[in-house]
Design a protein around this ligand. Sequence first.
Ligand SMILES: Cc1cc2nc3c(=O)[nH]c(=O)nc-3n(C[C@H](O)[C@H](O)[C@H](O)COP(=O)(O)OP(=O)(O)OC[C@H]3O[C@@H](n4cnc5c(N)ncnc54)[C@H](O)[C@@H]3O)c2cc1C
Length: 558
Amino acid sequence: MSDTEPTSPIPGAAPDDMFPTLTPAQQARIVVHGRARAVQAGETLVEADVSLNKFFVVITGHLNILRASGNTDEVVAVVAPGAFTGELNMLSGRRGLVRIRAGEPSEVIEVGREELLSLIQTDSELSDIFLRAFILRRLSLITRGIGNVVLIGSVHSLDSLRIKEFLTRNGHPYSYIDLDSDADVQNLMDHFHVAVADLPVLICRGQLVLRNPDNQEIADCLGFNEGIDQTKPRDLVIVGAGPAGLSAAVYGASEGLDVLVLESNSPGGQAGSSSKIENYLGFPTGISGQELAGRAYTQAQKFGAQVLITKDAKRLACDRRPYAVEIDNGQRVPARTVVIATGAQYRKLPLENLSQFEGAGVYYGATHLEAQLCGGEEVIVVGGGNSAGQAAVFLAETARRVHMLVRSNGLRESMSRYLIRRIEESPGIVLRTNTEITALEGGDHLESVSWLNSQSGTAETHNIGHVFSMTGAVPNAHWLDGCVALDQKGFIKTGSDLSPEDLAAAHWPLARPPYLLETSLPGVFAVGDIRGGNIKRVASAVGEGSIAIAFVHQVLGE
Ligand SMILES: Cc1cc2nc3c(=O)[nH]c(=O)nc-3n(C[C@H](O)[C@H](O)[C@H](O)COP(=O)(O)OP(=O)(O)OC[C@H]3O[C@@H](n4cnc5c(N)ncnc54)[C@H](O)[C@@H]3O)c2cc1C
């Protein structure tokens, strides 16, 4: 019943990669980081819903991996001699999703989480084996809906979609029960005393019934941020976990910096809302933004970067050093250097009743979650850039027809050639140039859309219930409140783009000029879509994230 996307397994991974057998030589390299010990039959080694802090390799006997819901002890996997326990939460230290119990008297190697993390960072052969297995196990949990969350919702509800997106983007397994199509839903609702008006409802860790929770409540209930010290001064605080921020986190942490990332929603940023990125180097058949982000998130954690989810940066305290980033609970996170990677978000269509339909017919991303909502129906994609083109091509696979509305008189100026060709060759896509939406109508859900062709003056209204809005982006810079110099469009100025006047106005205190990607505030860098002059691409965001780290080292050494 899981509705999470089973993101494709690691290329080239064989089924044995999920539970590989370690050689005696590999086991010998592990035992020096822990201790060998005997366990009794039936002894619980890892309890579900408790922060993961121990890892086991089986020497003799076997361990059972048990589904942790209720009192059932369903065995979902067996760890045989030579194999090991653990999945992705081992890296983050979040709560375990399964229970692990010895199936017979056994002998194991026990290793603490901190020791395991240092082994992963130093032994590249073991690191590959562990990470491959952890990722595959997580994918298997997601596909099988094994976890500690049940969502009861409706395909027609904006908040159901939001919660699904939040869990999916955080790679958290969940089971989904749909009010409209699931026969057993009433029994479950009666059991937890919830009414239809309460939906969507999230049953968290089998105990808490959260009625239409916001993302922060979900993160809190699932312990996403547990164990992360928000008060400790960091070498580097990165704001935003899109491609640019995650790249800075991977490079910074792998080069020994103490890195904390603050993300207001979930990792992935705009790229996470893309169905398929085809122009990112090294992925000839394309990769979904969510999968790319998921891998980067794991990679950053592997090197020891910590990521706080649902923590919105509200203000940069920039009057003295170390700087501090204020987050929404008023907490100040001290930082010796800061990388701003808060990206941009789509402009909203200038329509009075737009908010009525956001999530209920108007969407800002085109992933499989949104595509499921409009299969076999007509849809509209607004915008003439690459993201709009990509969405149109993707949606044309399942929608009856895609109307592509662009304000200009063609796509040539704004879209890559490969996408223009796909659009031209797709019989399901109708390109409508010089056209803008003038009105949205409907009740709980969007029902009809009117548009106007500014050249011919023709106005039309169609019974269409799905609009994908992918028009130009505005920078997420409001929280900076005068701390750094911005260009006329509100993007952050960096490096040689900062004029002597900008630097004088900012009271630039150093003899040296700002480094590449450094803002008008020493030691504060801007990377990715938030930066003025940035090329709005995943590759450039990732490149800038890595370049900034070279200069962070220089600033820390000054
Ligand atoms: C649908 C779509 C398809 C795309 N397809 C492609 C493609 O095929 N190829 C390509 O190269 N590019 C593509 N792009 C563009 C690419 O995704 C962006 O250029 C890239 O994501 C920019 O990365 P970023 O990290 O700079 O910013 P973003 O991706 O915007 O990430 C910024 C992050 O910062 C967080 N944030 C914002 N404000 C705060 C705050 N105050 N506190 C904490 N966190 C905050 C946001 O939640 C977000 O996670 C696409 C974009 C979209 C939307």
